[in-house]
Design a protein around this ligand. Structure first.
Ligand SMILES: Nc1nc2c(ncn2[C@@H]2O[C@H](COP(=O)(O)OP(=O)(O)OP(=O)(O)O)[C@@H](O)[C@H]2O)c(=O)[nH]1
Ligand SMILES: [Mg+2]
Length: 385
């Protein structure tokens, strides 16, 4: 996870090689030099000697008169040369990168211009790594507040940027809840319904979660409410056999809400604590499947509606979560396939965009590959701890 992003953020905070930019323009300034010098050599040698003599005679006269040491008055060509050098120096300064500018002073006040320059490169890194646009905008404003006009010692600049980034990223995550405690605190059966698009990992996640609940001594039953996709019921039955968990099922094409209802009744009768309702994958553009989803919710009155999205699909997963949330109001998010997502932008974006917490990360295909979401772990994985 974050293999790409971690390295990029590291080099953003501390550039390994400082390169003057843009190189080409700098060359141009250097090339200009000899040409302009020639212009000032128009005076003849004789004229220059005369000028110098007048100047040194004048100095001698003043010395005699005032009895003190004075510096010769610069000649016009010297003044022009001096102005040119100062202008060049200023231009070179302006072309220096933020890091080089900082290198010149012991204390540094980060200006808006510094920040824009800094953020431009960060923005590219974030977008390349699937961070949603809304999140990039939020980070820009947040970092700006923390960094602009901040006076930092030269040796503390990296730390200040790192801390600001860490704080901004941390604030992206909505505080979640402890699922085990939530389940235990409810009297009677606790119902969780899982939604998401086709193949996002719903059924596998349900099996992983049942195993997690078992470890916490919480019993569960599966509701095979995906009566739509071929072999979906058999898939859940297989998990049930492996985990020794009862599967409540009907035939393909039957009403998913009725399957969920049966499973809840079964759980009530057998004092089973949790009902895990598997549903068919659906695109939010499919209105009949969306209606079906609403009916499952109406009938089963779930304690939690969880969205399962694939981390690897990046902005698509973030958009799906947003749309499912608008359609049914999700309570939390599980991001599957985090193990194959090198970029990590979905986990940084989805909570901020939906305003809902990420509860678990799917990190593989085994039952044990379900991790409780912890934002500190994310910050650590990004090398910002
Ligand atoms: N690497 C990896 N693979 C996963 C993870 N979660 C699920 N998968 C795999 O993703 C594929 C689809 O998973 P399912 O659980 O069938 O997905 P689904 O959302 O139920 O699919 P539909 O029922 O067709 O909508 C399977 O091959 C899973 O093994 C994960 O966290 N990491
Ligand atoms: Mg499924």
């Amino acid at each position: 996870m974050f293999n790409f992003l971690k390295d990029k953020l590291k080099s953003w905070i501390k550039p390994k090689v400082v390169v003057l930019k843009p190189k080409k323009e700098e060359k141009k300034i250097k090339e200009k030099k000899p040409k302009e010098k020639i212009e000032h050599k128009i005076r003849t040698k004789k004229e220059l000697e005369e000028e110098r003599k007048i100047s040194s005679d004048l100095i001698e006269d003043i010395k005699k008169e005032k009895g003190e040491e004075i510096r010769p008055i610069p000649r016009p060509d010297e003044i022009i040369e001096q102005i040119k050098q100062e202008k060049e120096k200023k231009e070179t300064e302006e072309k220096k990168s933020f890091w080089e500018r900082i290198g010149l002073s012991r204390k540094y006040r980060i200006t808006e211009q510094d920040f824009s320059e800094l953020f431009e490169s960060l923005e590219n890194i974030l977008l390349e790594n699937n961070v949603a646009l809304d999140v990039v905008d939020y980070l820009r404003e947040n970092l700006k507040k923390e960094l602009v006009d901040k006076e930092v010692k030269k040796e503390e600049v990296e730390e200040a940027i790192k801390t600001a980034l860490k704080n901004s990223l941390s604030s992206l995550f909505i505080q979640g809840f402890n699922l085990i405690e939530k389940i235990k605190s409810k009297e009677g059966v606790f119902v969780i319904v899982f939604f998401g698009i086709n193949g996002s990992g719903k059924t596998t996640t349900i099996a992983k979660l049942a195993s997690f609940l078992k470890q916490n001594k919480i019993s569960s039953v599966f509701a095979a409410a995906d009566t739509f996709r071929a072999a979906s019921i058999e898939q859940l039955v297989k998990h049930g056999e492996k985990l020794r968990i009862k599967v409540i099922k009907q035939t393909y094409g039957s009403d998913p809400a009725a399957v969920a209802y049966d499973a809840i009744e079964y759980a009530k009768a057998r004092k089973i604590k949790v009902v895990l309702v598997d549903t068919a994958g659906r695109m939010y553009t499919n209105s009949s499947l969306l209606k079906e989803m609403e009916k499952i919710i109406r009938v089963s009155k779930p304690d939690l509606k969880l969205f399962v999205g694939e981390a690897i699909t990046g902005n698509d997963a973030t958009e799906q979560a947003k749309t499912f949330n608008q359609a049914v109001g999700i309570d939390g998010i599980i991001l599957s396939k985090q193990d194959v997502d090198e970029k990590g932008g979905t986990s940084l974006s989805v909570s901020y965009v939906t305003g809902k917490p990420i509860l678990f990360l799917g990190t593989g295909q085994d039952y044990k590959d379900l991790e409780e979401f912890n934002k500190e772990e994310i910050i650590k994985a990004l090398g910002l701890d």
